[in-house]
Design a protein around this ligand. Sequence first.
Ligand code: C2G
Length: 131
Amino acid sequence: MEISTQCTLTYGTFDVLHYGHIRLLMKASALGLPVRIGLSTDEFNILKNKKAMLKYEARKEILLNIKNVVSVFPEETWDQKRNDILKYNAKYLIMGDDWESKFDHLSPLVEIRYFERTPYISSSEIREIRN
Ligand code: C2G
């Protein structure tokens, strides 16, 4: 599948979507290209040592209803980004700055932007309030 339109890529678990995620996705969207999200599968979350409250399909359904998000695909391994960048013809890779420099090895392929992580909000904190 050859994709000609360039896009902006981002990756994450995006569990219990909150305004920290939304702010990041809005900054991604503001770059002016369609946004594609590599969404951590439930299995990959185990490798990431992350326990998501919502299953992959539920998290995907929410993200697909955000303006300018044109596709959500499984993130299953740490090292699929290189192939994804080529497959989806990505111009930008966007991450919160808690990932600062972690993906710089990909910079020859894609322009990487690390945006400030929104403080004082996280899915785990929201889950704690629920418990
Ligand atoms: N984020 C943010 N502000 C927050 C929480 C999250 O800007 N308060 C950003 C993170 O920096 C990340 C994105 O939102 O860029 C998704 O966050 P998570 O779902 O926590 O993703 P993470 O577990 O960091 O997985 O291969 C990359 C990983 O899959 C990223």
